[in-house]
Design a binder for this molecule. Structure first.
Ligand SMILES: *Cc1c(COP(=O)(O)O)cnc(C)c1O
Length: 436
């Protein structure tokens, strides 16, 4: 079996001449799985269509925003309606205020927020605010967590449990990366050691409460509690990066699920309904430090853009119609798919594990579900690659990296999930029959 990707190949050749690697964001080049990436022409419901007419069940859903599937008619109509009035005003519009109000109403820890244009901007601004509020410099980040591509986050662990970061990208000055402390996730001892050594210099701690960017890794509740306790004790700002998990795991995100309130939260993805948006916010006391109320500068020509706000608002309203049933239905599909795979894995003793939180799911090619980045790195990446291609050839677009999560949507109805289960078991069987 093999895919016809003639036109995608041709378009990529053209793209490679003008875009680095032929893409505008690295993961789209399929570099972690090798082979030709496809070029999309259309998305509808659970499906993505490519330039050669192939049709895929999409498990990426634009990396998280499309919780209602592609091209949802209500979101499309909201954008079309907003478009009648123009694309950007450069002053306040009513719809951005409405989106802000929805966020504040849904998330108890949010009293004030600022809309920006991406998750990157939200996280970058949140750590600036943490530094402004504390007049300190160090930021704690966890290994394998992704907070966008601002300089302070492109940092890898050095040696030792708690280490000063080393830049993981060319162009990031060591002076900047050295102000990010990198810790292993879910490790209370490392956290305690770090706070006892540097506590009074730590401006803030940022984390993906439920991590999606090293594959799905759930937090230990005891770890989250310790984090809240230590950040309070040392007056460091606790920042939950909910760009992925906000409105994905519950109406009030991962913080609602675990019942822990951060000082600041970052959002993006779902709150833009498929258009570019981000937001950061928290209690009034800290948000009042943001310009023009306070001394911390942050701005944006297109921030609060009316089309993005319309799409985001429509997306949230679809959830809010009956949020309890919404999440029950959404999560049930993922949960059912996981149990079918787990039964199959156990029956055949495959060295594979499945991590699922709500509608986020990762198939790890390692016998145990990873608790941190070091464990995630032990996955069999060659097996993953062959699994990815076996899925794609059968019309299922699984995320093209072991270290990513599948995002399901309400458009992934039971019959789609059945097909998904059938194909994923077949693909797994073939991966392990093959003598590599
Ligand atoms: C996607 C993501 C970001 C970055 O958002 P962009 O809109 O891509 O800049 C930040 N944090 C987390 C947890 C994300 O998943």
């Amino acid at each position: 079996m093999s895919l016809k990707l003639t036109r995608s190949t041709h378009l990529f050749e053209q793209a490679r001449k003008i875009l680095p690697g032929g893409v505008n964001s690295p993961v789209r080049s399929f570099s972690a799985v090798g082979g030709q990436a496809f070029v999309a022409t259309r998305g509808q419901g659970p499906y993505l269509y490519d330039a050669d007419g192939n049709k895929y069940i999409d498990l990426v859903c634009s990396w998280g925003p499309l919780i209602h599937g592609h091209n949802h008619p209500i979101i499309r109509m909201a954008i079309e309606k907003a478009l009648q009035n123009g694309t950007s005003f450069g002053v306040n519009s009513e719809i951005e205020i409405q989106l802000g109000q929805k966020l504040v109403d849904s998330i108890p820890s949010l009293e004030m927020l600022r809309l920006v244009n991406s998750g990157t901007e939200a996280c970058m601004s949140a750590i600036r605010l943490a530094r402004a509020a504390t007049k300190r410099e160090y930021i704690i980040k966890f290994e394998g967590h992704y907070h966008g591509h601002a300089d302070s986050f492109l940092v890898a662990a050095g040696s030792g449990l708690a280490s000063f970061g080393m830049s993981s990208s060319a162009g990031v000055p060591e002076k900047i990366s050295a102000e990010t402390l990198i810790l292993p996730f879910n490790n209370v001892a490392a956290l305690e050691e770090c706070f006892s050594k540097y506590g009074n210099q730590i401006a803030g701690v940022i984390l993906e409460v439920v991590t999606g960017n090293m594959g799905v890794v759930a937090p230990d509740l005891s770890f989250l509690k310790k984090l809240r306790e230590l950040s309070k004790q040392y007056s460091s700002v606790l920042i939950f990066d909910e760009v992925m998990t906000g409105f994905r795991l519950s109406l009030s995100g991962a913080q609602g699920l675990y019942g822990i309130e951060p000082d600041l939260s970052c959002f993006g993805k779902i709150i833009g309904g498929g258009l570019p948006v981000g937001a950061y916010g928290g209690k009034k006391e800290i948000m009042q430090l943001v310009s023009p109320l306070g001394p911390m500068y942050q701005a944006g020509t297109l921030s609060g853009n009316p089309l993005c706000a319309a799409a985001g608002l429509a997306s949230l309203e679809l959830i809010l119609e009956d949020s309890k049933i919404f999440y029950q239905r959404l999560d049930a599909g993922a949960s059912e798919w996981r149990s079918l795979m787990e039964a199959h894995i156990t029956r055949h003793s495959y060295p594979v594990s499945v991590a699922q939180m709500g509608s986020m799911l990762t198939i790890f090619f390692s016998p145990e579900k990873p608790k941190n980045y070091v464990e995630a790195r032990t996955c069999d990446l060659e097996k993953f690659k062959s699994f990815f291609w076996k899925m794609l050839e059968r019309g299922i677009y699984y995320p093209p990296s072991q270290f990513e999560a599948c995002f399901l949507s309400t458009a992934h109805k039971p019959e789609i999930m059945e097909r998904l289960a059938e194909v994923s078991l077949q693909a797994m069987d073939e991966c392990f029959e093959m003598k590599l």
